[in-house]
Design a protein. Structure first.
Lengths: 273, 273
């Protein structure tokens, strides 16, 4: 998917919501456990129910790998089922040397046809650029994450610069890539950091976790992070997919997604009139 | 496996060699492609052939994931086949928020019974500590890697300290853990950095990639990195597993592993008499 196609979809659905598919056998409704593939069955119903309100889906690889080859098969089925006109994110947070990154790129972009993969920057340029060789595919690089440990290293100040590590990561990696093949993860729990991020990358899309469950505010994120093409994909996982856990879990998920979508429509209206 | 058990095995085999199982369908001998599971068949023969000379095996997850659920099934079979008395490393370079790290820990430590997993430090404490809750299991944290991109961020100097980022990573993470559940990756391509690393973590084991194919020197690594319990696991992947690619590939791999083991025995002799 191209940047323009993504923005068109955002305008059409009046939403920049990404639904995180952190699908966990211990948390899905009990009645699904009788299905042949409960993980896929859950994902299928969640996708069907939330599709009117979401422009992106983000399976978290850990939840599938925790179930071994069986879990990966559920993910493969989910990706085959995925509608063509949503943006898909393999939340894998990979980062390895060049020839290994090529293998991961093959896994996510060729075998499973994801639009994008999350990548961690610690190993530098050759751990990131192999993913950029695919047309219409994206790297979403971790910059400032929303977890408590994010302060340990991402916020260290670099000598003889006024930059924090995550700012250096953005500035340096932006020279390897462009706004058509790179996005950045910036946690909603630090909306004020979006000002500095936007100074570095005014045109890039940002993937924002941490709204809802982790306490971030949507209006703050929009105030500091929105750009001329929206430039934001806001993720919600548990708040939507586990909104209910009875037989009506999919309706509950749809309702939770719609509530976020309505807020997003208002924000888009505010910014684009 | 405990630290003492690992050192005992090193003394017994006079080796601290780890064989990297970067098993690639495009590189394994053609005659294996007729096997029901060529990846597993290759690994099985490599393990059998190199077992006298190696104390550890390190499958690189990317190579298995590139083949989807089928590849992960080959890895599961490889891990079932693995002898009990070798140290196993899931080279996964994971790094995610706490509840996700719990899922990865389950995948690698419970389902596949790996002794250790490589983890990337960018997301900080809560992305690392979930793996430390398992008795006799290990985190191997990326510190100074051996790839070209390692200089982009790992070497930045932190303000008001004389520390590089990778040194800060080691110093900080050492406060979350101890030498019985944490190791560090330090590339052989920078043996002089081992002096500073040993000042920070004199007792920890280090996993050293980059000897051989990537140009690092074993004697330099031993000179600067060896401690009272050896403290080194040196990895070789392509130089051993692809030493041959005919019907005698396993014998060629054994020969390549033995050549490294002989050098290692001499280094151990030098240090321990």
């Amino acid at each position: 998917m191209t940047r323009q196609q993504l923005f068109d979809k955002i305008k059409e659905k009046e939403s920049f919501l990404c639904v995180g598919l952190d699908t966990d056998l211990e948390k899905i409704p009990k009645h699904l456990l009788a299905a042949e593939d409960p993980i896929f069955e859950f994902n299928k119903q969640i996708i069907d129910a939330t599709y009117p309100y979401a422009i992106a889906y983000k399976p978290n690889l850990a939840f599938y790998e925790a179930l071994g080859s069986r879990g990966l098969a559920s993910l493969e089925k989910t990706m085959e089922y995925m509608p063509d006109d949503v943006f898909t994110i393999a939340d894998a947070k990979r980062g390895d040397i060049g020839n290994t990154s090529n293998m991961y790129a093959k896994a996510f972009f060729e075998n499973m046809n994801f639009d994008s993969v999350t990548v961690t920057p610690y190993m530098g340029e050759d751990s990131v650029t192999p993913y950029l060789n695919y047309s219409r595919k994206w790297v979403i690089l971790l910059a400032a994450t929303s977890n408590s440990g994010s302060f340990d290293f991402q916020e260290v100040l670099i000598e003889n610069s006024s930059e924090k590590l995550y700012e250096r990561v953005i500035r340096t990696s932006a020279t390897w890539s462009n706004p058509n093949n790179m996005m950045y993860v910036v946690g909603a729990t630090r909306p004020e950091s979006l000002v500095g991020v936007r100074a570095l990358v005014p045109d890039h899309f940002l993937l924002i976790p941490g709204v809802g469950a982790q306490g971030g505010s949507l209006s703050q994120v929009c105030k500091y992070g929105m750009n001329r093409q929206c430039g934001l994909i806001v993720n919600s996982s548990r708040g939507i997919i586990y909104a209910g856990n009875g037989e009506d879990f999919a309706q509950k998920a749809a309702k939770a997604a719609q509530e976020v979508q309505v807020q997003m429509a208002a924000e888009l209206q505010k910014h684009f009139g």
